[in-house]
Design a protein around this ligand. Structure first.
Ligand SMILES: Nc1ncnc2c1ncn2[C@@H]1O[C@H](COP(=O)(O)OP(=O)(O)O)[C@@H](O)[C@H]1O
Ligand SMILES: [Mg+2]
Length: 415
């Protein structure tokens, strides 16, 4: 019974704490955890032992979480008392805590020890944290404080009672168009506010969007994503996984100049996932996924789910254009189109921009490729119905011109 002993010797989370964490993180199916809980009661063993015995969670994972939790509780953060574990990603751990002076519940993200020793990283952590704390918006998880204690660094934020969009997608939910638009509109409003204050999120994805029990969406990790990317760099150097880049813009993948338009891309990928139930560019390896973001044409969401509107397809296409210049020029513009399609109207700005792009592609076809880094199929994959829209618009303009000219000549010669 070695696994039993191992579980006994290393796991010191209570069953309730472990259960909360597993359910919150959705590492395993809720049904499996419930079965393990029943098994644990029957056998009079701990939940951790039941999980490992049934092969539901590996011992190492429980150990890692348990160690982190114990260490965090021992940290003694002045002014706060850790009362629970909310999540543990590859990068950091997030705890539920009580801010004792104000008697309110908060969430605290704890920087890994290694990074607490990196001066450049800490400088950025403080600057970004302070900038994020200046933001105040109902759709942004409020940053409260960045603090240091006993050589460790903490990011204190509003505690959100709810779950992430990732949880919903993992549970197999596919959002109806209107439901997805309600979510994306809220996040876009959050982004507009952040961008107006000069802050780019850089990691907009379902895991960073929380939904409260009342259905309010809140964008998490504002101001922290740049740090995450640095951490990813460190992990990648060590050959460890950097997390799958399902929503990462092409310019981030190639390490190029990044501006607010990476957030439009990330939100586009999120919208795509919500309405189709699949990642925009699925793949088996990080490399394959990145390669697809760079070169492969997106399968339009309305081709996967025909019940989706053509307008939604156009908006997503524009949000996820490979070249930043081909995307929306601002989140304010994006909001105009999102609100239009939410009301069942066409997305005027997307249509204008897509027809302009089609004309440019036509012109480029005469004089050689415009974006040589993109394969020809990126252009060819644009749905035919969109080029016909351009033709119709051109015809209407020509007709109007000819009517105006005729009228002018009639008036001129009759007078
Ligand atoms: N402010 C918060 N309130 C409640 N839960 C949170 C909060 N921030 C993060 N969490 C939980 O902690 C988990 C881990 O967050 P994080 O460390 O940012 O990792 P990731 O973004 O990679 O999932 C999230 O998935 C979420 O469930
Ligand atoms: Mg996060």
């Amino acid at each position: 019974m070695t696994s039993n002993n191992a579980a006994k010797s290393t796991v010191s989370l209570s069953d309730a704490e472990l259960y909360d964490w597993i359910i919150h993180e959705r590492h395993v199916r809720k049904d499996d955890v419930k079965k393990c809980l029943a098994f644990a009661r029957e056998e009079k063993i701990s939940l951790a032992q039941a999980l490992t015995r049934k092969g539901v969670l590996p011992q190492e994972q429980i150990d890692r979480i348990s160690r982190g939790y114990q260490a965090a509780r021992a940290l003694n953060i002045p002014g706060y008392k850790i009362i629970g574990l909310l999540g543990a990603g590859a990068m950091a751990m997030v705890f539920k805590a009580k801010q004792t002076a104000l008697d309110r519940i908060v969430a605290i993200k704890i920087l890994p020890q290694k990074l607490s020793q990196n001066a450049e990283y800490l400088r950025m952590f403080k600057t970004e944290g302070r900038a994020a704390a200046k933001l105040n918006h109902p759709n942004i998880v409020q940053a409260i404080d960045v603090l240091e204690a006993n050589g460790r660094y903490f990011f204190v934020m509003e505690y959100v009672e709810g779950h992430t969009l990732f949880d919903e997608l993992e549970g197999g939910r596919v959002f109806k168009e209107a439901e997805a638009l309600d979510v994306v509109l809220q996040v876009a409003e959050a982004l507009e506010h952040a961008h107006n204050h000069g802050i780019i999120h850089r990691d907009v994805k379902p895991r960073n969007i929380m939904i409260t029990d009342e259905g309010v969406c809140k964008l998490a990790d504002m101001g922290l994503a740049r740090l995450t990317q640095d951490q990813q760099g460190i992990l990648a150097e060590k050959g460890r996984s950097i997390g799958t880049p399902y929503y990462m813009s092409p310019e981030q993948i190639v390490g190029g100049q990044v501006d607010f338009r990476v957030d439009i891309y990330g939100l586009g990928g999120t919208l795509y996932h919500l309405v189709t139930g699949r990642m925009p560019f699925p793949g088996k390896t990080e490399r394959e996924i990145m390669e697809k973001h760079l070169r492969e044409a997106l399968v339009p969401p309305d081709h996967i789910r025909p019940e989706l509107s053509n307008g939604l397809g156009e908006v997503v296409e524009l949000m996820m254009a490979k070249v930043p210049n081909d995307r929306y020029g601002s989140v304010a513009d994006l909001l105009v189109d999102l609100r239009a399609i939410r009301r069942g109207k066409p997305p005027i700005l997307a249509r204008e921009k897509l027809s302009q792009a089609s004309l440019e592609h036509l012109a480029a076809a005469e004089g050689g490729p415009m974006f040589p880094e993109q394969p020809a199929d990126t252009v060819a994959a644009k749905p035919a119905k969109r080029s016909s829209t351009v033709a119709v618009i051109l015809l209407v303009i020509l007709l109007t011109l000819s009517v105006l000219l005729n009228a002018y000549f009639i008036i001129f010669y009759s007078s």
